[in-house]
Design a protein around this ligand. Structure first.
Ligand code: PTT
Ligand code: SF4
Length: 625
C-alpha cells in the first residue's frame, strides 16, 4: 500500500469563485516528491514568464509533502511558494502549525490560489466543502486579532494562516503567520496573499493522523527510535531550554553576529541577547509545531515592563540578530517589542531589520537626512525610531513606503552609492550571519534558490567546524550535500530539519521513515537526484523570468569584499574575491552547471528536464553543451 499523499490538489480561482479538485499527478510524486518540488513544477507549468507577481495571474501555493501530518516526528509543516514580489524570482518559505496537518486531513496535498477576489475574503476548507467567506470586517486587523476572531467564530478544530496590514498594503516582504509566533514566506508570500484580497485560510478538521501510511507498525518503531535518540543527545536539554537562541554566543565568538547593518561581526552588548539571558530573565513558556519532539518555540515576556509594557513573543535567533545587534539595540525587551510588532503587522523580521539598519546607516553617513525621512532622526540604537519605522512600513506611510520596498529597491531609489550597504542577494535580505569572516557562507547566500537565506544550507557552521581551506573542490561538494538534504529532502518531503541539524538525528533514519510512510524504496542517491532536479528547475525559472542568467546574480553585497571588520578577533578580515570566484566555480561544477551558473544541456537531460531546455532556448537563452 502506498501512503503519505491524499491524492488531491485543490485549485481555487478567486476571480470566478470556482473550486476544482485535481488528482495529484503520479509523475510529480516520482520526480518532485512534494512541497517545494510540487511548487516549482506548478509554477513552471502554469506561470506565464514576466507576469507581475502582484497580478491575479501569479499563483500562491500551499504545498504539503508526503511526511506532513504523519506520525513521523516534527511533521507539522508546509511550504508556501509563489513568484516573489521582492526578488522577481522563485520564492518560498516553510511554516509549522496545525493548519498543515488539518489541511491534509481535509484531503488535500496542495492548495493553489489563483485570480483575485473582488472584496476581502477568507478561505474556509473542511473535508466536506471549500468556501470563500467575507472578510471585510477582518481587513485592517492585526494577525493576532484575525486569528483570535476566526477561532472564536469557527472553534478550536481549526488551523489558521493569516496576513496582517503589511500584506494588505503590499509591503514586499510581508509573510503569512500562524499561532502567534510562526511566520512563513520571507520573499513576500504574505504580499501575494494580500494582492489577492485573501486575509486568511482556515482548515477545519481533526488534528489526528488521518493520512494513509504504507507501513504503520514500521513507522511507529522508527519514530520511537528517533524520539529516544533525540532525548539521549547531550545537547537536548540545552536545546529545549534555549532553542535557536543558543546561536548568539557562538556567532559572537566566531565574528559572524550581524552588527550595525552587517558592518561588524561582534556586538558589544551580545551578552544581553544570548540564550542564558533569555532563559533566566525572559522565557516563561515553551511551545512547538504539531508532532514536535523537541519544541523550540520560546515564548518570552518583557522584563522592564515600566519602560516597555507587558509584551510577549516567541523569540528565535534570526529575530534577535536582525532586530537586536543589527540595529544596535540594548536589550531583549526592545527586541521583544519589535518582534511582536512584526508578528502583528505581518512583516518579516529579517527584511525589516535589514531595511531599518540600512536606513540607520545611510542617515549616520549623511546619505539621507531628515528631509528624506519626514523629520525622523535615525541612528543605531534608536529604539523609538525603529518602532515608528515598522508601523510606517506596514502602513506604507511617508518614508515607510520606501522601506516597504526592501533594500534593493531602496538603494535604486536613493542612489548616491548606497547599493554598497544594501544587504541582500537578488533582492532578498540577508539572514543572521555576517560573512566578512565566512567566505563559504557568502557563497551559500549567493547561490540560495530564493535569495539570501540560510534555509538551504547553514554552511557557516561547517566552515567554522571543519578543517576549511577554501581550496578544495570537496568543500563545495559539502555545501551541495547540505543543500540536497536541507533544500531538497526537508523542503520536498516537508518536515522540520532541526532534529537532523541540531540534534544529529541520522539522515538515514529520515529516509527509512519516508519509506515507511510512502511504501517506496527511496535511497539517498535517488533523493539527491530529486533534489538536483528541483534546484535545476528553480534556476531555470529564474533565468526564464530574467530572460538571461549571469554569474554576477550570485554575488553577495560588495561590503564583504571591500570593507574589513574593524572590531573583534577577526579584525581586518574580508572576503577574498579570487577565493570567492574559485568557490563559485567548484559549486557550479558540483551540480553540472556552466560558468554562468546555468545547468548545461547534459545536466538537464540527466535530470529528465528536456522540456526545460527547449523552453529556455525558445526564449533566446543559449545553453552550454
Ligand atoms: C524563516 C525565517 C526565520 S528562520 C526566522 S527565525 W529561524 C524568522 N522568524 C520570523 C518570525 O518569528 N516573525 C516574523 N514576523 N518574521 C520572521 N521571519 C524569519 O523567518 C521556524 C523554525 C525556524 S526558526 C527555523 S530556522 C527552521 N526553519 C525551517 C525551514 O525553513 N524548513 C524546514 N523544513 N524546517 C525548518 N525548521 C525550523 O523552523 P521562512 P516557522 Mg519559517 C516569529 O518561514 O520564510 O522559511 O523564514 O516557519 O514555523 O516559524 O518555524 O532561527
Ligand atoms: Fe517546530 Fe521547532 Fe519543533 Fe521544528 S523544532 S518542529 S520548528 S517547534
Amino acid at each position: 500500500m502506498s501512503g503519505g499523499y491524499t491524492g488531491t490538489f485543490l485549485k481555487i480561482n478567486l476571480s470566478s469563485e470556482t473550486v476544482e479538485e485535481v488528482a495529484t499527478p503520479e509523475e510529480w510524486k516520482e520526480q518532485f516528491l512534494g512541497g517545494r518540488g510540487f511548487a516549482i513544477k506548478y509554477l513552471w507549468e502554469n506561470l506565464e514568464p514576466g507576469t507581475d507577481p502582484l497580478s491575479p495571474e501569479n499563483p500562491l501555493i500551499f504545498a504539503t509533502g508526503p511526511i506532513t501530518g504523519t506520525p513521523t516526528l516534527n511533521s507539522g509543516k508546509l511550504v508556501i511558494a509563489s513568484k516573489s514580489p521582492l526578488t522577481g524570482g522563485y520564492g518560498d518559505g516553510n511554516i509549522g502549525t496545525s493548519f498543515c496537518v488539518r489541511l491534509k486531513n481535509c484531503g488535500f496535498d496542495m492548495v493553489v490560489l489563483e485570480g483575485k477576489a473582488d472584496h476581502p475574503v477568507y478561505v474556509h476548507i473542511t473535508p466536506q466543502k471549500v468556501e470563500l467567506k467575507d472578510a471585510s470586517d477582518l481587513w485592517g486587523k492585526s494577525v493576532t486579532e484575525t486569528e483570535n476572531t476566526l477561532k472564536e467564530e469557527l472553534g478550536e478544530r481549526t488551523g489558521v494562516l493569516s496576513i496582517g496590514p503589511a500584506g494588505e498594503n503590499l509591503v514586499r516582504y510581508a509573510t503569512v503567520l500562524s499561532e502567534f509566533g510562526r511566520s512563513g514566506g520571507r520573499p513576500g508570500m504574505g504580499t501575494v496573499m494580500g494582492s489577492k484580497n485573501v486575509k486568511a485560510l482556515v482548515a477545519e478538521s481533526s488534528e489526528g493522523i488521518d493520512v494513509a501510511i504504507a507501513d504503520l507498525d514500521r513507522l511507529k518503531e522508527l519514530s520511537f527510535n528517533a524520539r529516544t535518540t533525540l532525548k539521549q543527545r547531550d545537547f537536548y536539554r540545552e536545546w529545549i531550554d534555549k532553542g535557536t537562541t543558543t546561536a548568539v554566543r557562538w556567532t559572537q565568538e566566531n565574528s559572524i553576529f550581524p552588527t550595525y547593518n552587517f558592518q561588524e561581526g561582534v556586538f558589544e552588548h551580545a551578552d544581553a541577547f544570548d540564550g542564558d539571558t533569555m532563559l533566566n530573565d525572559y522565557k516563561y513558556l515553551r511551545k512547538g509545531c504539531p508532532f514536535c519532539q523537541m519544541p523550540c518555540g520560546l515564548v518570552c515576556k518583557t522584563k522592564r515592563t515600566e519602560d516597555y509594557g507587558e509584551v510577549t513573543v516567541e523569540l528565535d535567533y534570526e529575530n534577535v540578530a536582525l532586530l537586536g545587534s543589527n540595529l544596535g539595540m540594548e536589550n531583549l525587551d526592545q527586541v521583544i517589542v519589535l518582534n511582536r510588532l512584526c508578528d502583528d503587522l505581518g512583516i518579516d523580521t529579517i527584511s525589516s531589520g535589514n531595511s531599518i539598519g540600512f536606513a540607520f546607516e545611510l542617515f549616520e553617513k549623511g546619505v539621507i537626512d531628515e528631509e528624506d525621512t519626514g523629520g525622523l532622526e535615525l541612528d543605531f540604537g534608536n529604539f523609538e525610531a525603529a518602532k515608528t519605522l515598522l508601523t510606517m512600513t506596514a502602513n506604507r506611510e511617508g518614508f515607510g513606503s520606501l522601506l516597504a520596498e526592501g533594500t534593493k529597491r531602496m538603494a535604486e531609489k536613493i542612489g548616491k552609492g548606497s547599493e554598497k550597504f544594501a544587504m541582500n542577494v537578488k533582492g532578498l535580505e540577508i539572514s543572521g550571519y555576517d560573512c566578512h569572516a565566512a567566505p563559504g557562507m557568502a557563497v551559500t547566500y549567493g547561490v540560495s534558490p530564493i535569495g539570501a537565506h540560510h534555509k538551504d544550507a547553514w554552511f557557516v557552521a561547517w566552515e567554522k567546524r571543519e578543517d576549511w581551506s577554501g581550496r578544495r573542490k570537496e568543500e563545495m561538494e559539502a555545501l551541495q550535500r547540505m543543500q540536497r538534504i536541507r533544500g531538497g529532502f526537508f523542503e520536498a518531503a516537508v518536515m522540520c530539519r532541526l532534529p537532523w541539524i541540531e540534534l544529529d538525528l541520522p539522515f538515514e533514519l529520515h529516509i527509512q521513515m519516508l519509506n515507511a510512510v510512502t511504501g517506496q524504496d527511496y535511497t539517498e542517491e535517488g533523493l539527491f537526484e530529486i533534489s538536483d532536479r528541483i534546484y535545476a528547475l528553480i534556476r531555470a525559472f529564474w533565468a526564464r523570468e530574467f530572460g538571461e542568467w549571469k554569474r554576477r546574480y550570485d554575488y553577495p553585497p560588495e561590503r564583504w569584499f571591500e570593507e574589513p571588520l574593524t572590531d573583534g578577533p577577526q579584525k581586518g578580515t574580508k572576503v577574498d574575491r579570487d577565493l570567492f570566484e574559485r568557490l563559485l566555480n567548484h559549486y557550479y561544477d558540483a551540480y553540472g552547471w556552466d560558468e554562468r551558473g546555468l545547468p548545461t544541456k547534459a545536466t538537464f537531460k540527466e535530470l529528465h528536464l528536456d522540456y526545460v531546455m527547449s523552453e529556455l532556448e525558445s526564449q533566446g537563452i543559449e545553453l552550454s553543451a
